[in-house]
Design a binder for this molecule. Structure first.
Ligand code: SF4
Length: 323
């Protein structure tokens, strides 16, 4: 059984007023599952709904509809009091370590909070456990009386990670945990997350805008575009033979010394949703395949019918009429 099962999850926001009022589907029916101990990467450009999806999984964002089952229990509609108990097993690492840590609390207080909130008394007491945690994530345990501003960005993210893993949760939702960090620090934090997973057997839902970042950690990857899943595949399948034109374009954006000629052709232009809502396939305004390779009848199909996610093999699905 999967540890996390997300089914047809939706979030709509209302934008504007009066005659300009319109309902926007930030997440338009997303489904995926995370197994015990694995990492599922959730990838897409900014504005694709991946962080809203992550927020709904931990119920920091209230879903409009759909189901989130964690460890066999439905989270949608669960009262906050029961949710608090479940948060022992379901934690989050935030994108911006600066704003996710209380600047008026010392690291010792920040890292003691999970134990106090959940009423857990570790063997030997909370303070020695906090110091052990700091040491495990690569911080000097002597610095437990310091405040977040006295640490670098990478060290602050280590504090956020220590707080998330303090109670050995079953699932950690990592929302772009390295995108605010210097490139030189990103690899260290990714290695730390990989080491902690190996040691404690936690599952990760790892959100990123960059396929290069999720590659090393994720066994499976879900690619989102405009609130929908456009491709879902095992890592090997996705990197060896990406199926959806959007995944191919994301792949082409991964920095590498030499981008092959055939990949250069699919570099993306424009922003997510830059052309506003369209009928048919949501990726159509930016789709290199639609623009250059399809005949008139095929283009009409893209314009009329929104493609469903269909299996191409047991380990890969894509939502495109012409993969
Ligand atoms: Fe491109 Fe058509 Fe496939 Fe959409 S359905 S991704 S427009 S080829």
């Amino acid at each position: 059984m999967s540890l996390l099962e997300v089914n047809d999850l939706r979030k709509t926001f209302v934008r504007g007023h009066g005659r300009r009022r319109r309902v926007v589907d930030a997440v338009a029916g997303v489904s995926f599952a995370v197994r015990t101990g694995e990492t599922l990467g959730l990838v897409g450009e900014s504005g694709c709904g991946k962080s809203t999806t992550a927020g709904m999984v931990v119920r920091l964002v209230e879903p409009t509809s759909g189901s989130v089952r964690f460890d066999g229990t439905e989270l949608a509609g669960m009262p906050e009091r029961r949710l608090r108990l479940l948060r022992r097993d379901l934690q989050m690492v935030f994108q911006d370590p600066q704003s996710s840590l209380n600047p008026r609390q010392t690291v010792g207080t920040i890292l003691s909070a999970p134990f106090q909130i959940q009423g857990v008394e570790p063997d030997g007491g909370v303070l020695p456990e906090v110091r052990r945690l700091m040491d495990r994530v690569g911080l000097n345990p002597e610095h437990y009386n310091r405040y977040p501003h006295q640490f670098s960005g990478g060290q602050r993210q280590r504090i956020g990670i220590a707080r998330a893993i303090a109670l050995r949760p079953k699932l950690v939702v990592c929302d772009e945990p390295v995108s605010a960090l210097d490139v030189s620090v990103q690899a260290q934090v990714l290695n730390l997350l990989a080491g902690l997973q190996e040691e404690f057997g936690m599952a990760y839902l790892f959100v990123a805008h960059d396929l290069a970042v999720v590659r090393h950690l994720s066994e499976r990857i879900v690619v989102m575009y405009l609130g929908r899943v456009v491709e879902q595949a095992d890592r090997e399948e996705l990197y060896r033979a990406p199926a959806h034109p959007y995944t191919k374009a994301l792949m082409a954006a991964v920095p590498r010394p030499k981008v092959p000629e055939e990949r250069k052709k699919v570099l993306l232009t424009g922003d997510v949703g830059a052309s506003g809502p369209v009928g048919g396939c949501p990726f159509r305004p930016r789709c290199p395949r639609y623009a250059a390779e399809l005949n008139e009848a095929e283009r009409a199909q893209c314009a009329d019918e929104a493609p469903e996610l269909v299996p191409l093999s047991p380990r890969q699905s894509a939502a495109c009429h012409f993969v």
